[in-house]
Design a protein around this ligand. Structure first.
Ligand code: SF4
Length: 516
């Protein structure tokens, strides 16, 4: 009993401590965490954050304008589907005692996982750029859900001394404010205006959206988000450059090294390690594979299948990539052995197959060696694999040269305008988006969730072909819209990322100045 009372007391104390450490749902992540946290918990939190950031990236490529109401709804829905609602339900205005502990714990998770991911993503300019872009969007998304009272509390907490101008001052410059913001008089009256040094609002000044006077910009409250987001981004940019410098020291700890190893390549989507074809509920047999490969295989797997059929052989990388994929779509061990045996035996005798290859197939199914039931490979794993001469695994959008890719797509009857678009996306290294366009062009429909995994591609395709996603096929108009919006979206994102890049470089230069 005494023990229980102590536990309750400790819990309340911890909760109060957390609440005072994390008074607000928005954080600038200025101070690293100092608590003791278990390694497993640390890893789980970081993986959750990685899922959230990847979701933001995916939603950014949908047809919705960034930060529009539709964009926010799409992001919330996607996070809810993955059970990640807590990542945006952190509002400071929730005062419910029961929720108090949960919210404080979630804020701690937010804080700690941010710092861990900084370590994982500070290594290269490309990683830094990606991380800063997604984190900034996450911050802005959360910011947009806060009440003005909470925003004021956040600014006070972080010493952002932006104060609303008094009514008399506003009245004096009313016409100028109306002109600058292109609001009507009623709207200007209803909105609070903040007076900030113009250097803090360069983005708004550049777009001539604010009134300037004596070195100050007059910002309507709804545009305050641009300034605070810009501050967040440049703060993070500098922090990433500093983290990179400290990385060698931190990596001396083997536990951190193990945790960060290949963190960026972690697959965070659905588990496709199943023997059932989930979309139809039916098992797949070797006889069905030719048909399925033409209808529903992504280009990587279709290429491996065609190579296997024509050469009756695949090298190790190809056997692993393709063997695990067909296992994931529902080919049982017996059927897999039959499938590979029939094909390989056209070039070699049975004995050689049994001795050299059957073992590996059983191994993939967890029947040999360490008896691990291996999962099919994700796009990230396939895209980042190295492919040597004479090997056929990898991702065609990443590893084929443009002429071969064009030829393949022409053979698969992809319309010429779509081929051009896909090749453009590939040139800009957007391999998974190129695959998404390939899917859309070959199925004449959109796929909101993007492509993260070859087995996900297969399942989505089967759903459409089996008529489960009827309402999405609305003919050419919708697909034309996607065709029109996707490259523009990519272009916009690249522009934003480049802004981040230059900020990051500037931050690094500033930092060098500090060190000199
Ligand atoms: Fe295969 Fe993924 Fe590449 Fe598409 S993006 S071809 S599914 S590896």
């Amino acid at each position: 009993m005494e023990f229980q009372r102590n536990t309750v007391r400790r819990t309340i104390k911890n909760s109060m401590k957390l609440r005072s450490e994390y008074p607000h749902s928005l954080q600038l992540y200025s101070v690293p965490p100092s608590e003791t946290i278990g390694l497993q918990e640390l890893e789980d939190w970081a993986v959750e954050r990685l899922k959230v950031l990847r979701t933001i990236e995916r939603v950014n490529l949908s047809k919705n304008a960034r930060f529009s109401d539709d964009w926010k709804t799409a992001l919330k829905n996607d996070l809810q589907k993955q059970n990640l609602n807590s990542w945006y339900q952190l509002s400071s205005s929730i005062k419910d005692d029961k929720m108090d502990e949960i919210i404080s714990k979630t804020r701690q998770k937010d804080h700690v996982s941010h710092f861990l991911m900084r370590l994982a993503y500070c290594r290269t300019e490309e990683y830094r750029r990606w991380f800063i872009a997604q984190e900034t969007d996450l911050f802005r998304f959360r910011f947009s859900m806060e009440s003005s009272e909470d925003i004021r509390a956040f600014m006070k907490e972080n010493k952002m001394n932006f104060l609303p101008i008094p009514e008399e001052e506003k009245k004096k410059i009313l016409t100028k404010l109306i002109h600058a913001a292109q609001f009507n008089a009623n709207k200007v009256d209803a909105v609070e205006y903040y007076k900030v040094p113009f250097t803090e609002a360069l983005d708004l000044v550049r777009h001539r959206k604010v009134y300037l006077q004596a070195g100050f910009a007059y910002i309507p409250s709804e545009d305050l988000v641009s300034i605070i987001t810009a501050m967040f981004r440049s703060h993070l940019s500098l922090a990433m450059a500093l983290t990179m410098r400290s990385l060698p020291e931190l990596e001396d700890d083997h536990r951190i090294r193990r945790l960060l190893n290949d963190f960026d390549k972690r697959y965070t989507g659905q588990d496709f390690n199943s023997l059932q074809n989930k979309s139809s509920g039916a098992a797949v047999t070797p006889e069905m594979i030719d048909g399925l490969s033409k209808q529903s295989f992504p280009l990587c797997m279709r290429h491996l299948h065609e190579t296997l059929r024509s050469t009756h052989h695949l090298k190790h990388g190809g056997r692993m990539q393709y063997g695990l994929f067909v296992k994931g779509i529902g080919l049982s061990l017996e059927n897999s052995l039959k499938f590979w045996r029939e094909e390989f035996s056209k070039n070699m005798d049975m004995d050689k197959f049994e001795k050299q290859y059957a073992y590996n197939i059983r191994h993939n199914y967890g029947k040999e060696g360490k008896r691990i039931n291996y999962a099919p490979q994700s796009c990230i794993k396939i895209i980042t694999a190295s492919v040597g001469p004479g090997e056929n695994h990898g991702c065609p959008f990443r590893h084929f040269d443009a002429a071969v890719l064009r030829q393949k797509m022409t053979m698969n009857r992809v319309p010429q305008p779509a081929i051009q678009e896909i090749v453009d996306l590939v040139t800009r290294h957007h391999y998974q988006i190129a695959c998404q366009r390939y899917f859309e062009a070959t199925h004449n429909t959109e796929i909101d969730s993007g492509i993260q995994h070859p087995n996900q591609y297969f399942i989505e395709s089967q759903k459409i072909l089996n008529g489960e996603v009827k309402e999405k096929i609305k003919g050419a108009n919708k697909v034309q819209t996607i065709r029109a919006t996707l490259p523009a979206k990519v272009e916009k994102l690249e522009t934003n990322e480049n802004e981040v890049l230059s900020e990051s470089v500037l931050a690094a230069i500033d930092m060098d100045d500090d060190f000199n």
